[in-house]
Structure formats: structure tokens, C-alpha cells
Design a binder for this molecule. Structure first.
Ligand SMILES: Nc1ncnc2c1ncn2[C@@H]1O[C@H](COP(=O)(O)OP(=O)(O)OP(=O)(O)O)[C@@H](O)[C@H]1O
Ligand SMILES: [Mg+2]
Length: 272
């Protein structure tokens, strides 16, 4: 009883965190929009200013070298290191624009992932859902795992997309945590007559049969205190099996790696 309650709480907490993240992402979008647009204008203005400065150059050279106005101009140009400015300003603005583009992609990724506007049953592209999950987990994945994608052609699946994203995230994080130094995580998808399947495999530490038998139990974890709560897979089981009437299974070998396989009915759980 206490376990089920804890599991529910955790599940709700994750939804709340997802909504919070999506709300923040939404708010960030607005300033990103105008800063991006301002930077574009700034770049154009700066290049116009530089043209004006270039146009003045011959005038300066017309003045005799002893003219105070010419000396003042020359000093100002030297002080500003005009050639350097000219080159660096463009690079600064370009780098800033690239940084903004990255931020806006992260924000878009968060929005795709949480799908707050559509938290109900809907038709979803599972390959796209996997991509948005990879996007969200990218900072965890990038140094530890090479990602391999073998996506098949999939029909749209009727599902609770935000919750499935949570499942994919749990499996991806487990995979990366199972890898000690560097490994490979492979995502494979395909479809049958009335279902689609997703396999997430890693070249991590793997697990013995005694562990495999218990992984879907709430609070079962082999990770040190503070690292794992042991809820990821039990919540995933609840989402896949209880809510979607799908299946989730595991194949693993200690020292070689692990493969989780999910099957989902294309038409969603009939109970909806
Ligand atoms: N890809 C994997 N490779 C090896 N072991 C795994 C893998 N995925 C899960 N496990 C094992 O299953 C256990 C339970 O996983 P689960 O995701 O439910 O909890 P957790 O990862 O320990 O904690 P949490 O997900 O709550 O942070 C893990 O502690 C680990 O021992
Ligand atoms: Mg986990």
C-alpha cells in the first residue's frame, strides 16, 4: 500500500516537473524571440556603420598630417583597434546567434517532450518521440554513449505521448547509467500487424537473472542511495502495461549489455 502510494506520488511528481519545465520553456521562448531578432538588426546596423566609417577614410587622408582633426581621428582609430573590431564584432554576433539557436532548440525539445498542450490520448509518431527524448537527455548521453538509430517505418500510435516519453527517458537514463566509461545505445523500432515495437539496448554492465527478476518491483534498485529510487521501471511498467495494454520485457547478460523491448498496440488500450 505504502509502495503504491509512493509510486503514485513519484509519478505525479514527474508529471508536475514536466509541466513546470514546459511552462518555463514557453516563457523563455518569448525573450529568445526578440533577442534573436534584435541581434539580426544589430548585425545589419554594425555593418552599415562600418561602411560609413570606410567612406570617411579618404577624407581623413586628405587632411595634412599636421592637422589636429586628422591626428584626433587617427588616435581614435588606433585606440579602437579598428581592424580588430571589424573582424571581432561579426564573430561575436554570429556566436551569440548560434548560442541563441541552441537555447531555442533545447526549449523546443522540452516542449515536445512534455507535450503539455496535449496530455491526453493522441496519435503520435513513436520515432519522433524517441528523438525528442534523446534531445532532452542529451547532456547525460553525449559523453558516455554513441547513439545508433535503426528506426523502422511506423504507423501513428494512439497513446499517452507525454507518459511514453517518460518511459523512454527512464530506459535511456538506465542505459547510460549502466555504461561505465563509454558505450553504445541502440534504438530500434519496427511494426507488426497491430502493434509497434521499440528496443533500447546498451553495451553496459548487464544484469544477472536474480536482478532481472526484480527490476519492475517498486523501489528495487542496485544503485547507491541518492542515485536511484528504484521507481523508474515500475512506473514504466505501469504506463506501458496497465495504461497502454502493451508489454515490456528485458534480455540481459552480465558484462555484455541489456536490451529492453516494448510492444504497444497501435490502436491504444481499448479501455482508453
Ligand atoms: N540498462 C540497464 N542495465 C543494467 N541494469 C539495469 C538497466 N536498467 C535497469 N537496471 C537495473 O534495474 C534496477 C531498477 O531500475 P529502475 O529504473 O527501476 O530504478 P533505478 O534506475 O535504480 O532508480 P531510478 O530509475 O528511480 O532512478 C536498477 O537499479 C538496475 O540494477
Ligand atoms: Mg532508472
Amino acid at each position: 500500500m505504502a509502495r503504491t502510494q509512493g509510486q503514485l506520488l513519484q509519478s505525479e511528481k514527474m508529471v508536475a516537473v514536466g509541466q513546470l519545465a514546459a511552462g518555463v520553456a514557453h516563457e523563455i521562448n518569448n525573450p529568445i524571440g526578440f533577442v534573436t531578432s534584435n541581434l539580426g538588426s544589430l548585425k545589419a546596423y554594425v555593418s552599415q556603420l562600418l561602411e560609413v566609417i570606410d567612406a570617411f577614410q579618404p577624407l581623413r587622408d586628405v587632411l595634412p598630417a599636421t592637422d589636429a582633426r586628422r591626428q584626433k581621428l587617427e588616435q581614435a582609430c588606433d585606440k579602437a583597434d579598428l581592424d580588430y573590431l571589424r573582424q571581432d564584432i561579426g564573430e561575436l554576433i554570429d556566436e551569440s546567434s548560434a548560442g541563441l539557436l541552441r537555447v531555442s532548440k533545447i526549449v523546443q525539445g522540452l516542449k515536445d517532450f512534455a507535450r503539455v498542450d496535449e496530455s491526453d490520448w493522441q496519435m503520435a509518431d513513436i520515432n519522433a518521440a524517441l528523438e525528442s527524448t534523446i534531445n532532452v537527455a542529451r547532456s547525460e548521453l553525449k559523453y558516455k554513449a554513441t547513439m545508433v538509430r535503426n528506426y523502422g517505418q511506423l504507423p501513428p500510435v494512439r497513446c499517452l505521448a507525454a507518459q511514453l516519453n517518460q518511459v523512454f527517458l527512464n530506459l535511456l537514463i538506465n542505459a547510460v547509467q549502466a555504461i561505465e566509461d563509454h558505450g553504445t545505445i541502440t534504438l530500434t523500432t519496427g511494426s507488426g500487424q497491430t502493434m509497434v515495437w521499440i528496443e533500447i539496448s546498451d553495451t553496459g554492465c548487464g544484469m544477472g537473472e536474480d536482478v532481472q527478476r526484480r527490476i519492475f518491483e517498486p523501489f528495487y534498485t542496485t544503485k547507491p542511495v541518492g542515485k536511484g529510487t528504484g521507481l523508474g521501471l515500475s512506473i514504466s511498467w505501469d504506463i506501458v502495461v496497465d495504461r497502454h495494454r502493451g508489454t515490456i520485457g528485458v534480455a540481459s547478460e552480465p558484462g555484455r549489455g541489456t536490451c529492453f523491448r516494448i510492444e504497444l498496440p497501435v490502436s491504444g488500450a481499448s479501455g482508453g
